[in-house]
Design a protein around this ligand. Sequence first.
Ligand code: ATP
Ligand code: MG
Length: 346
Amino acid sequence: MSTSINLAVIPGDGIGQEVVAQGLKVLTAVLPQDVKLETKQYDLGAQRWHRTGETLPDAELEALKHHDAILLGAIGDPSVPSGVLERGLLLKLRFAFDHFINLRPSKLFPNTATPLAGRPDIDFVVVREGTEGPYTGNGGSLRTGTPAEVATEVSVNTAYGVERVVRDAYERANSRPRKKLTLVHKNNVLVYAGHMWKNIFDKVGQEYPEVTTDYLHVDAATIFFVTQPERFDVIVTDNLFGDILTDLAAAVTGGIGLAASGNINPTGAFPSMFEPVHGSAPDIAGTGKADPTATILSVALLLRHLGYEEQAVRIEEAVSADLAERDGTFRSTDAIGDALAARVAG
Ligand code: ATP
Ligand code: MG
């Protein structure tokens, strides 16, 4: 654990700016006096692209490398063609900094609305592979625009890439009380990648005799997310399956306003990046309606990654206590940030 944190902040677009301000407020409040927090803001996202045509210039990518971690609000705006910012900024960062772990915890907090009957006890974490699968840009289009067009989008799976994410997931499962790890894939149809994942999952599992393992096809996993979410502890899965499953997980645990995530490089070779799962929500930007809790919980993940476990827990407990006392009246973005900052400082 360092005695200073040199944080890069990318507020981004829409509500990104608003929620990041609250995240920083809580971060400042929770840190011990003797930890020096330095922040540098980066102007990246839709506005920058409109002004200059740039998404992530090399100089800024290089500068970002020298921070301890990155806090990101949200990137994206309907005025920018689909894919430009996703590939040119978000995925570029993920690949450049080798963020092979995409960590997405799901917990059903008190008083939050879940569409599930009987308020099951949901507390699991999805470890989504972050640098391979169908996200590598390996594909193309032939005879584009003709009736005979062919498009391919090749899923890339390397033994190296699968083993490191599977190992990370076993480590996480082993450190949690229930010690249960579920592999989600589709190895009855995606036989090449699916069997490699399963073989590596079984092989690495021999090193973790205390971890109970399970395997589910992704379609069955979506059913159990709704009918029996309490059966999950840690889930490890492919990049695309993880993306879809975690949106479903957010929906059954009270919505996108609470879902946090980390794009992590556990080796520490590059800074990891923490962000809410939600997007820039242009429909509510500037209205004070955005819930900053997902960003504040992402700050907790950031602190845990940097070794500030006690402060991370304090934020998570503050969110839980705050929601338990919530009486259902509307609270603004600022008011939620103020309440949580006051609780963690106490
Ligand atoms: P992206 O493509 O960037 O993931 P998206 O189109 O999936 O974005 P979001 O920006 O996440 O969508 O918004 C989806 C819906 O959820 C919108 O109606 C938005 O207002 C709402 N929403 C998103 N984040 C929040 C938040 N923090 N608080 C309240 N509502 C939110
Ligand atoms: Mg989305």
